[in-house]
Write a protein that binds this ligand. Structure first.
Ligand code: COA
Length: 330
């Protein structure tokens, strides 16, 4: 009896390039405090946020994603017809069909990529990197665009001062392709279903009278505790799975949720003093699935980090879900 042929691909995969797009409206803490009962000092001290980007007229999660993807493909020295797979991570998708990835492919004019969305909130981008790595190593795909994109500002309840100042709008993309040397380490991922109600977007079918759209809701203190205990341990495991000691890591790019969470993880993992730590949250707030690729792009474009260095990515958020991996920077 005939056996099935199996696909086989490259021994390794790597991030080839990055791209970024931020909502063009900059909203600083003073402006946000005209909308909520808070103040600049409290926001800076508790989170590290000084401003955030929101969309302006005409900008959407699709247009931001397309801009970030276009830049990543250009920087890779490639053309859009070489992209065979487009994976998009988002939670700000108000249209279930077609996928947002399909709409971005249309906006870009990609000929015929495989397109699908991931819903894993702030961990979505790292889930996408894990999938791209596996698809390339099994030979299913060759060049994959992974993009995290969010427009969260319309989902903010301006009466909730525990969330309204945190979230933002932007998109970050990477092109991932074959590599002759290992450049994406093992992914450590999972979830804590016992905390599935801790960060939510309201169900469209259960909006209360007068509410026009879902609101983002978060029990911040519970998320903070989970991120500084459970996720910190998973971050350590991610480093160990890549076969690295803390002093062999060059760059730390955690989900941009709160600088105090980042500082706590740095201390627990005893990461070296001189390590580059992404602090894009100061300018950007928390852009969920876009936060890690935007922070990755920012440390490369600013020259803080350079090609060939090893960076630990760790995404965590609603689910509660997490995913992380060590990558070699493009
Ligand atoms: C949201 C977050 C910044 C709130 O900080 P916190 O220290 O937990 O704040 P709390 O909710 O415990 O509130 C502490 C105090 O500040 C007050 N407060 C809350 N929000 C405030 C605001 N925007 N401005 C001023 N004061 C505020 C509270 O009323 C409370 O006052 P009290 O002590 O007099 O009762 C923090 O919990 C956080 O970052 N959590 C993690 C979020 C995260 O990681 N998300 C990632 C997944 S998307």
């Amino acid at each position: 009896m005939a056996t099935l042929a199996m696909s086989s691909g490259s021994t390794s995969a790597r991030i080839i390039s990055t791209g970024a797009a931020r909502g063009s409206r900059v909203v600083d803490n003073d402006e946000i405090c005209t909308m909520i009962d808070s103040n600049d000092e409290w926001i800076r001290q508790r989170t590290g946020i000084t401003q955030r980007h929101w969309v302006a007229e005409g900008e959407t999660a699709v247009t931001l994603a397309a801009d970030a993807c276009r830049q990543a493909v250009e920087r890779a020295g490639m053309t859009l017809d070489q992209i065979d797979t487009l994976i998009l991570a988002t939670v700000s998708n108000s249209q279930q069909m077609p996928s947002m990835a399909a709409r971005v492919a249309q906006e870009l004019g990609c000929p015929s990529p495989a397109v699908f969305d991931i819903s894993a909130a702030c961990a979505g981008f790292c889930h996408g990197v894990a999938l791209a790595d596996s698809l390339i190593r099994t030979g299913t795909s060759t060049h994959v665009l992974v993009v995290g994109t969010e427009v969260l500002s319309p989902y903010l309840d301006m009466a909730d001062r525990g969330t309204a100042f945190i979230f933002s709008d932007g998109a970050g993309a990477v092109v991932i392709g074959p590599s002759e040397v290992p450049a994406i380490g093992p992914t450590i991922w999972g979830s804590d279903p016992s905390h599935s109600e801790v960060i939510t977007l309201d169900d469209w079918e259960s909006l209360v009278d007068g509410q026009e759209r879902p609101y983002l809701r978060m029990e911040g203190t519970k998320v903070f505790r989970w991120a500084t205990t459970f996720v910190a341990e998973r971050t350590r495991e991610t480093l160990e799975a890549a076969g690295l000691a803390p002093e062999e890591l060059d760059v730390f790019i955690p989900h941009q949720a709160n600088n105090r969470i980042t500082d706590s993880t740095l201390r627990q993992l005893k990461l070296p003093e001189g390590i580059v730590v992404a602090r894009d949250i100061a300018q950007m707030g928390n852009s969920s699935a876009a936060s890690i690729p935007l922070a990755l792009d920012a440390v490369l474009q600013s020259g803080e980090a350079r090609s060939g260095q090893k960076a630990l990515l760790m995404g965590f958020g609603a689910g509660l879900a997490y995913a992380g991996q060590v990558v070699v920077l493009p």
